[in-house]
Design a protein around this ligand. Structure first.
Ligand code: NAD
Ligand code: ZN
Length: 381
């Protein structure tokens, strides 16, 4: 089968790899029909992780079930399923507490955070930017979709990661009806956080970034766009909130935060969030900060730059939530909102391409080229 194989920093190829197959009785084999490129793939693509050349990417996957193991009884051949990026056994201590993002069975090293398809440091699992994907513990890890799945794949595929992740940011931030919410980052994750804040009833959603195309998408769902290359975003938020600050905020950037002069500064968004959010407000951080990393983040950590202004955070009595999203906690409910026509996360999709065009797509998405917001690859196209 063909897969998007990592060759080295900023180099992927579409290459033949061994076919995925059923290996255990609880496995499900899925023919992938939609698989996204994610901002999280870029941590590996840019060479900031120890992802081994020869492995393949893909943790935002949707497809049709082509085979099930003898021990699978809820998933049927022929049906469409979307696959939460967190691989979970469903039965360990963490899974039973709904912490499927920290499953103890799917991650062979208890010191590491959870497991995912095609990901550095998240277990040995193969990715879904390929024609076939083996789904372990298939009854747990497949979310079944209805009759409209084939036609609405670009909506439903967002349930694998970024829609629940954006929602998780707003959950950790405690967004309630009437709230004024600020979101740093208008990438796919930030835009999903903006959509989620709107679904939860926020009266005002402010989105900070500097890419005009992404800010326009934020405006298209009713958010206020703040271009931090033109204005001080903290002052802009204070102006929008009568000087009080936002009720809550979401960090959807991670350690690739850039200052207008192009310098990486991972604590920038955290400090701006602390300054933008009101006294006692909550902050949800879903952007990835890696503790030990061979690349830029490690350098920043060594310089102590991943620390943020804890003094102001403490003085303001704020609260902070962080980490990988437990996708399964939300994706059934979000699926039903999509099915009912009450959420259309595909508004961020800029490109639908065959698998063969993945190398160019990675280049464009990595440069945040104008108009390249979210790429859905269709291996069967
Ligand atoms: P992305 O890189 O496409 O988007 C990030 C956006 O942030 C870009 O548009 C960029 O211009 C903007 N940005 C950079 N510096 C900024 C700053 N100082 N202020 C405001 N905006 C700034 O990536 P994405 O796909 O949207 O993902 C965002 C982050 O979320 C990544 O770190 C990704 O790994 C992470 N993520 C986490 C989870 C989770 O489970 N916690 C899941 C998916 C993705
Ligand atoms: Zn992702």
């Amino acid at each position: 089968m063909k897969a998007v194989v990592y060759e080295g920093p900023r180099n992927v190829s579409v290459t033949d790899v061994p076919d995925a197959r059923i290996e255990r009785s609880t496995d499900v084999l899925v023919e992938i029909t939609s698989t996204n490129i994610c901002g999280s793939d870029l941590h590996m693509y840019e060479g900031r992780t120890d992802f081994e050349p020869g492995r393949w990417f893909g943790h935002e996957n949707l497809g049709r079930v082509v085979e099930v193991g003898d021990g699978v009884d809820r998933v049927q051949v022929g049906g469409y399923v979307v696959l939460p990026f967190n691989i979970a056994c469903g039965h360990c201590k963490n899974c039973e507490r709904q912490l499927t993002n920290y499953c103890l069975s799917a991650q062979p090293e208890p010191s590491m955070a959870g497991a995912a398809y095609g990901f550095a440091d998240m277990g040995p699992w193969a990715g879904g930017q390929a024609e076939l994907l083996r789904v372990p513990w298939g009854d747990v890890n497949c979310l079944r979709l209805g009759e409209d799945a084939e036609e609405r794949q670009t909506d439903y595929v967002m349930l694998a990661d970024i829609f629940p992740t954006g929602y998780h940011a707003t959950e950790m931030a405690g967004v309630e009806p009437g709230d004024q919410t600020v979101i740093y980052g208008a990438g796919p994750v930030g835009l999903m956080a903006a959509l989620s804040a709107t679904i939860r009833g926020a009266s005002k959603v402010m989105v900070v970034d500097r890419h005009p195309d992404r800010l326009r998408l934020a405006e298209s769902i009713g958010a206020i766009a703040i271009d931090d290359s033109k204005v001080d975003p903290v002052e802009a938020v204070l102006e929008e909130t009568m000087g009080l600050g936002a009720d809550n905020g979401c960090e959807c950037v991670g350690y690739q935060a850039h200052e207008p002069d192009g310098q990486e500064q991972a604590n920038l968004t955290m400090n701006r969030l602390v300054a933008s959010v009101r006294f006692t407000g909550r902050i949800g951080t879903v952007g990835v900060f890696v503790p030990e990393d061979p690349g830029a983040a490690d350098e920043l950590a060594k310089q102590g730059k991943l620390a943020f202004d804890f003094g102001t955070f403490w003085f303001k009595g704020q609260h902070l939530g962080s980490g990988q999203a437990p996708v399964k906690r939300y994706n059934r409910q979000l699926r039903d909102l999509v099915a009912a026509g009450k959420a259309e996360p595909s508004f961020i999709v800029s490109h639908e391409l065959p698998l063969d065009q993945a190398p160019e797509a990675y280049e464009h998405f990595d440069r945040r080229d104008d108009g390249w917001t979210k790429v859905v690859l269709h291996p069967a196209m």
